[in-house]
Write a new protein. Structure first.
Length: 320
């Protein structure tokens, strides 16, 4: 199979060592590591999971949606208020022209007098008068307008609060760390450690990303099983997105990323980054929180590696 076809074969995970010989002959750009690699030094490479598109386009769009909903609700409310005022003033003006300026002081028409009193002698419909005499009349749609207003205002304010809250609290996820000294890949999510031996590194690729399966201690039993096996191992994919796009990434870039990893692990930092002792991305993400490293990281890492060893023969057999 051609190497590019091999990189996007989603039928099953592929082992990196199957294409290692070709990756080691790939010509690298020696000045800047390929995205999304964010750090290189003598010991390790760090690869980020760039989720800024979710924050900038997802949460920002959500916030703007609620701003638009708030604007349209406010605009409709204001137009209804002023429409009630114009309608009442037109009614008063018509009656005065027809019956005289003192019509509302001398008439016995209770309906006309009551309508005049709704706006008052100043002929200006205040906000309080609009709510009391027009919008929340008990006979208007069964008196349900107040309930609708409470629901709409609560929904919009809650949406604005949640979108701002999650925008600010959006976490920077831990990078995938490829340790040359320990020959390990590891990261963490929500207090749980993911890990894999470099020699057993797997990958699956499509236009949505290059997925690297990582071993993790299972937290939930599998469907149909009564309990979690004592030495059971779960799998969690670390997603590499060279273009930072959730849906479309350039699959042509996957080979360069894997080649960079392979040549770093095989030949060291001096080979992939000969002109400087280390490199770190200066790109700003403006995230204020990060997924903190678990306090029991070493213990979890040891346990994940133990479980990988217990299941290695079985899952390698599944790859064939």
């Amino acid at each position: 199979m051609d190497i590019k076809q091999h990189l996007i074969d989603m039928s099953k995970p592929n082992l990196l060592k199957d294409i290692l010989a070709k990756l080691l002959t790939f010509t690298l750009k020696r000045n800047i590591p390929p995205s999304p690699i964010i750090e290189v030094n003598n010991k390790e490479i760090k690869i980020e999971l760039d989720r800024l598109i979710i924050r900038h386009w997802g949460l920002t769009a959500l916030f703007l949606t609620f701003v638009f909903l708030g604007y349209t609700y406010t605009q409709n409310f204001y137009e209804s208020w002023k429409g009630s005022e114009r309608g009442t003033l037109n009614y008063i003006e018509y009656r005065k022209k027809k019956y005289g300026d003192d019509y509302f002081q001398v008439t016995g028409n209770k309906v006309a007098v009551n309508r005049y009193k709704k706006i008052g002698d100043d002929l200006v419909l205040s906000f309080e008068e609009y709510l009391k005499n027009f919008r929340y009349l008990p006979e208007r749609i069964g008196g349900s307008e107040l309930g609708f207003d409470i629901f709409r205002i609560s929904f919009i304010l809650l949406g604005l609060f949640c979108s701002v809250y999650f925008f600010v609290r959006f976490k920077r996820l831990a990078p995938l760390i490829i340790d040359r000294e320990k020959k390990l890949l590891y990261t963490w999510r929500g207090g749980r450690v993911w890990a894999q031996h470099y020699d057993d590194m797997q990958y699956l690729g499509n236009i949505q990303g290059l997925f690297v399966p990582m071993g993790v201690i299972p937290s939930k039993k599998r469907w149909g099983e009564k309990s979690i096996p004592k030495d059971g191992i779960g799998w969690a994919p670390f997603r590499i997105m060279p273009d930072g796009n959730l849906y479309v990434n350039d699959v042509e870039k996957y080979e360069e990323i894997l080649a960079y990893i392979a040549q770093f692990m095989e030949y060291g930092r001096e080979h992939v980054l000969p002109d400087q002792p280390s490199w770190k991305s200066t790109k700003k993400d403006y995230l204020f929180y990060e997924d903190k490293k678990p306090s029991d990281f070493d213990e979890q890492l040891e346990e994940v590696l133990r479980r990988l060893a217990c299941n290695r023969e079985a899952w390698l057999k599944d790859l064939k």
